[in-house]
Each structure stands twice: as structure tokens, then as C-alpha cells.
Design a protein around this ligand. Structure first.
Ligand code: NFS
Ligand code: SF4
Length: 640
């Protein structure tokens, strides 16, 4: 079916048209083939948690209002929702846990290919766990920290220690409400238990456990992952790079890394320019080796090495359709098994590397961290060997954009305060004096159920025009990068006058690339630092700030949304969560929950209106803080 993508980047538009002409399969075709999708599932009204079912609730007619066990719509939808949180949180946190394992290996294996690149960061992290580096060599220290962290993943009592990094007022809310997470494993397991047949049927009590599980991810698994990745691979600093399919080169071996965990891609990034390998590529007739990323693996290596991004989630098969990808090597998460169908039409070799993620039609070269360089070299060699096998038509759209990435909680600090004094003061002052209206995190996936990139671009541009500084992660970052929003010059094109002045003064792009989805934890820390700097209330929920994931699709996005809400953030998504058939649950998570945790869900499929809702919320918070009126006139003026 011909499909027009009005908002998508030019490379995607061209590639999709070619795919139609050449009858190559795409995610959009598979999506269309699923229409109409199940109404019960969309509304959150089906359950197959036991074999008396599957059950479904009739939301309109005379059909059943409960499942066989008597579970109501609210119970069924709430149980399903928190299982999504458990799954998404487990994905992030397993990633975080793997990074802790890498740290342990650094401690235990003297021949490890990994080292600690940022000792300062590791020391600061270890302090939270009451571990000092004094009198210890790096390996001894790394081992001690890793063991303590890994123990925490499975602890039965106490609480996840990174939660103490939140503003004290926030920690008090979590304690009083009873959602301070004990440990990742404890919360995920308890969520699975409670949603088993005949256990928790109270939608509010279920959501409460969901909130606690999401916090175990945001302030636990994810945050630990980010911190330890920074310690091992280096904390990102602003770095220039490029994004979109046009980064690939016809006369080079093109190796695409796709997935999420940077342990393999980091090593590939380092060894891909190895002299012997480049020579080998030349011997095969290529001019060199071009590395590119897809999804969050791309974000990780762009943030730390400036390796260009080939595309976002929705472009994974379009990359292969260029005919010049000699290998796509994947680790975990957001990888389509359907890539096989596309790769079959070309010479592209698909390689899985994680024992957790094998796929039919992919070759499996298992990655082991203790032989990281050796395996990475083998993978690159296999890509080189595949270069002469290019068959089908080759076409690389000549489309790419410049981007400045690499904003970490720390580098934002330095940017604002200069080299002499790291401080968030200028940011707080810009908000207080009305140059910046507020802060927004715009994050998350893309989804064939929306016009590709319309959601991200509309929300971000509307916020910028109204002087909101945007922090971005995940596939939103890739969209913003491809559309030129992550260059300092973008401020002059898209930002309101106040935000423009701030960006010009310090040379910041108006949209800050803060990394992968795992790095949403950086946004939590930025918000915490803004609170700590003073003048904008005591808690994250006091800040003129909001979050959005306009094109979300993954269970990870559900977890992220819930931990932002549990941290006091007003959070807007496009397509509603699958629970619209559960009226009491809907009222709770989009309204009453604000009383409990300070944040709430907002569903808004009109993206301009989504941004306006965020702006209204930001204005409400500015008013409550009695901040000065905005310095310059804004296009969006909320009706009084
Ligand atoms: Ni996040 Fe990153 Fe992209 Fe969505 Fe997938 S890559 S972890 S889940 S699709 S933003
Ligand atoms: Fe049906 Fe209840 Fe079993 Fe779910 S748990 S399938 S609602 S009987």
C-alpha cells in the first residue's frame, strides 16, 4: 500500500518509495497487514493470566463485565499495565546489571579489554554505596563496587541506594507513600506474583506496586547502568557527529551496530580503525571501514565516540535496503526478527551476539566480554569478507545532518558554569528571570501507528518556539539529530528569543542529546540538580518541567513514563496506554495519582495540543513559584 510520510526525514521518504517500487517488505506493510488491531487489546480488556481464560470484557454492550475469576476491567487493565512495567524495567535493569558484570570482570581479570576510564565518576558512584577507593588499586576498587551493586540487584530488604540521590522532599514522598524500591529483582518478582491469578485485584494497590517497580528501574537499574557505563567507557562530553542513512559509504565496508548494550559496540568502535583490519578491507577492494549505529547502541557510541548514527528504530530495514550494509550486528532490544526478510533480498549478513537474543535467519557469533577484542575483530573481519558479495542494487540517499551530542549531567554543568566553577546557577536564573519558560524531556520510540516523526518534531518545535529547553534521549534524539535540531544554530531557527539568548551565550543546541533510553536517568539527575541549585522549589514536582514520549511503543517506555510520574513529572504520550476500557484506573493514573506522587499521565494524540498541555503545566508551576513573567512574548498564550 502506498504510504506517504509527510514529516519523515528525506532519506526515509526516498527509501520507502523505493521499497514500494521494488516490493521490499517494511514495518509499515506489516503494520497495515495487522489492521484492524484487536479492540479488546487496545482498550486493555483482555486477560490470559490463567487457563480459565482467555477472558475479555465487553466495554459497551451486554457482554461480560468480569473475567471467569471475577476480575473487572480495572483489575485486568491494571495487572497488564504493571506487567508491562516489570518487563520494561527488567530490560533496562538487566542491561544495567550486565554493565556491573563488566565492572566485576575489570576487577577480576587482569587481562580484561576494558578499563575504568572515569575514576572520578566511579568514586562518586561508590560513595553512595559507602565504598572508598582509598588504599585500593583500580581493580580491587572496581571489584568491590561491582560486588556491592550486584548484591543490591537481588537484596530482599532495605532500599536501592541511588534513590538517595533524589531531592530529600522526593525521597520523603516515596517513603510516606510506601514506594521506595527495595531492589530490582524484588520489585519485578513481586509484580509478577501480584498479577498472577487470584492475587492483587485492587487497581490502586497494583499501580502502587507498578510505581515502585518503575522506580527500581529509573533510580536503580537504569541509573546504575548509566553511571557505570560512564565510569567504564567515559562520561560523555559534547562531540560533533552526523546522522542519517547518508553516513554510509558505497566504497567502504559498512558495518551497522544495532541494539542497546554498548559493551560490544564500544570495542567495535575502538578496533574498527585498527591498521590491520583497514588493510584487510583494502585488500578486499574497499577504501576503509565505516561504522554506523541504529537505535540506542547508536546513541551510546555517538555520545562517547562521535560515531555517526545511521538511523532510528523505524529505519533499521531501510538501512539494509541501501544494499551497502555488509553486516548488521545486533545485541539486545528493539531488533526486528523481520529484518531477515529484507536481508534475504541483499547480501547483508545479520549477526546476533547475545545469548539472550537469537533470531531465526541470523548468524550467531556469541560475544564474551573476556575475549572482547578478539571477538570484535572476528566480527569486523566477517563484515569485510562480505564486502565483495554485494549483489542487488545499491543506493545510499545523500541525506545526513550535523549534530552535537554528548550532554551528560556533568557536561551540562560545565557548559553552563564554565571551566572554573561547575554550576546550574545560570540555568536556574534563566528560568527564574523568564528567559527560559521551563524544561522538557522529550524521549522515546517511533511507531508505525503515527505519521513517522510528526510527533517528535511537532512537540519539540512547539516547545522550543515557546522558550522551553529540551533534553532528549532514545529515538527522539535520533529524530532531532536527523532534522538538524541538535546544532547550536538550530536555536536561531526554532527557539523563542529568550531561549535563543541562553543558547547563544553558552553555545548550546536548544535540544540536548543526553543519550540512550537508559540515560533518561540523566534527566532525573539534571532535574535534581536544578532543585538543589535553589530558587525553584524543594522537589522535582515543583519545577516548571514536563516530559513527553509522543511516538512510544516499547514496554520500556511504559516503565520510563511511570518512573517519571513517580518522580513528580507531568508526562504526556500520544497513543494512550492500553487501559482506556478501565474507567476507574484511567481516572486514577491521569488525575488522582498526582495527589499521591506529584506527577500524572496525559494522553494526547494531537501533537500541537500535547505541547500546549506541557506549556500550560509549566506555566502553572511558574505561577505557583511566583516566578517573573516571561521576558519576551511567546507564540503560545494559555487562555486565563
Ligand atoms: Ni528506547 Fe532505545 Fe528507540 Fe524506543 Fe527502542 S531504541 S531504549 S525503546 S525504539 S526509543
Ligand atoms: Fe480470566 Fe481471571 Fe484467568 Fe484472567 S485471571 S484469564 S480474568 S479467569
Amino acid at each position: 500500500m502506498a504510504r506517504e510520510l509527510k514529516y519523515a526525514d528525506k532519506a526515509t521518504q526516498v527509501m520507502l518509495k523505493r521499497a514500494e517500487e521494488q516490493q521490499l517488505p517494511t514495518i509499515w506493510d506489516r503494520y497495515d497487514a495487522q489492521q484492524p488491531q484487536c479492540g479488546f487489546g487496545t482498550l486493555g480488556l483482555c486477560c490470559r493470566h490463567c487457563s480459565m481464560g482467555p477472558c475479555r470484557i465487553d466495554p459497551f454492550g451486554e457482554g461480560p463485565k468480569t473475567g471467569v475469576c471475577g476480575a473487572t476491567a480495572d483489575t485486568i487493565a491494571a495487572r497488564h499495565l504493571i506487567r508491562m512495567i516489570a518487563a520494561g524495567g527488567a530490560a533496562h535493569s538487566d542491561h544495567g546489571r550486565d554493565v556491573a558484570h563488566t565492572l566485576l570482570m575489570i576487577g577480576e581479570n587482569p587481562d580484561s579489554d576494558y578499563t575504568v576510564k572515569d575514576m572520578k565518576k566511579l568514586r562518586a558512584f561508590a560513595e553512595t554505596y559507602g565504598i572508598s577507593s582509598e588504599g585500593k588499586d583500580v581493580r580491587e576498587f572496581a571489584k568491590e563496587v561491582a560486588e556491592e551493586v550486584l548484591k543490591e540487584f537481588g537484596q530482599q530488604t532495605g532500599f536501592i541506594r541511588m534513590t538517595e540521590k533524589a531531592p530529600p522532599a522526593r525521597v520523603k514522598i516515596w517513603k510516606d507513600f510506601g514506594i521506595l524500591p527495595r531492589s530490582v529483582d524484588r520489585e519485578v518478582v513481586e509484580t509478577m506474583h501480584r498479577t498472577n491469578i487470584g492475587v492483587d485485584a485492587d487497581y490502586k494497590n497494583l499501580i502502587k506496586q507498578g510505581l515502585r517497580t518503575s522506580l527500581a528501574d529509573g533510580w536503580g537499574g537504569s541509573m546504575i547502568g548509566t553511571e557505570l557505563e560512564d565510569a567504564i567507557f567515559g562520561t560523555p562530553n559534547p562531540i560533533a557527529s552526523e546522522a542519517n542513512l547518508g553516513i554510509m559509504k558505497k566504497d567502504h565496508v559498512n558495518l551497522i551496530v544495532h541494539g542497546h548494550e554498548p559493551t560490544l559496540s564500544e570495542i567495535i568502535a575502538v578496533v574498527s580503525q585498527d591498521k590491520d583490519l583497514v588493510e584487510k578491507a583494502k585488500a578486499r577492494g574497499a577504501k576503509g571501514i565505516q561504522l554506523g549505529g541504529i537505535c540506542c547502541t547508536a546513541n551510546e557510541i555517538m555520545m562517547r565516540h562521535g560515531i555517526p548514527v545511521a538511523g532510528s528504530y523505524m529505519q533499521q530495514e531501510l538501512a539494509i535496503q541501501t544494499g551497502v550494509v555488509d553486516m548488521m550486528v545486533v545485541d539486545v532490544q528493539c531488533i526486528w526478527p523481520g529484518l531477515r526478510e529484507t536481508a534475504q533480498c541483499f547480501h547483508t549478513k545479520l549477526v546476533t551476539t547475545s545469548p539472550k537474543a537469537k533470531m531465526p535467519g541470523f548468524e550467531h557469533i556469541e560475544f564474551h566480554e573476556d575475549k572482547a577484542v578478539e571477538i570484535a575483530k572476528g566480527i569486523i573481519e566477517a563484515a569485510i569478507d562480505n564486502f565483495p558479495n554485494r549483489n542487488g542494487s545499491q543506493y545510499i540517499p545523500d541525506v545526513k545532518e550535523g549534530v552535537v551530542a554528548g550532554f551528560s549531567t556533568e557536561s551540562v554543568f560545565q557548559f553552563l558554569g564554565g571551566t572554573y566553577r561547575s554550576t546550574y546557577r545560570p540555568l536556574n536564573d534563566a528560568i527564574i528571570t523568564g528567559r527560559i519558560r521551563g524544561l522538557a524531556g522529550v524521549v522515546g520510540c517511533s511507531n508505525p501507528n503515527v505519521d513517522f516523526e510528526e510527533g517528535h518534531l511537532t512537540v519539540v518545535k512547539e516547545l522550543l518556539a515557546n522558550d522551553v529547553l529540551v533534553a532528549s534521549t532514545g529515538c527522539n534524539s535520533i529524530t532531532c539529530a536527523k532534522h538538524g535540531l541538535m546544532q547550536p544554530e538550530a536555536a536561531f531557527k526554532y527557539a523563542g528569543k529568550g531561549l535563543q539568548e541562553v543558547c547563544r551565550a553558552v553555545g548550546l543546541p536548544p535540544v540536548l542529546h543526553m543519550g540512550a533510553c537508559l540515560d533518561n536517568s540523566r534527566i532525573l539527575r539534571v532535574l535534581t540538580n536544578v532543585v538543589a541549585e535553589g530558587g525553584l522549589g524543594d522537589d522535582i514536582s515543583d519545577l516548571p518541567a514536563a516530559g513527553a514520549a509522543p511516538e512510544w511503543m516499547s514496554e520500556k517506555a511504559v516503565t520510563i513514563g511511570f518512573y517519571f510520574i513517580a518522580s513528580g513529572v507531568y508526562t504526556v504520550i500520544g497513543k494512550p496506554l492500553p487501559m482506556m476500557g478501565a474507567p476507574k484506573l484511567y481516572k486514577y493514573i491521569t488525575d488522582e495519582i498526582e495527589q499521591d506522587v506529584g506527577g500524572k499521565w496525559v494522553f494526547e494524540e494531537n501533537h500541537v495540543e500535547a505541547a500546549h498541555k506541557m506549556l500550560r503545566h509549566i506555566d502553572k508551576k511558574r505561577k505557583a513559584l511566583k516566578l517573573k513573567p516571561m521576558m519576551y512574548e511567546q507564540p503560545f498564550k494559555p487562555e486565563e
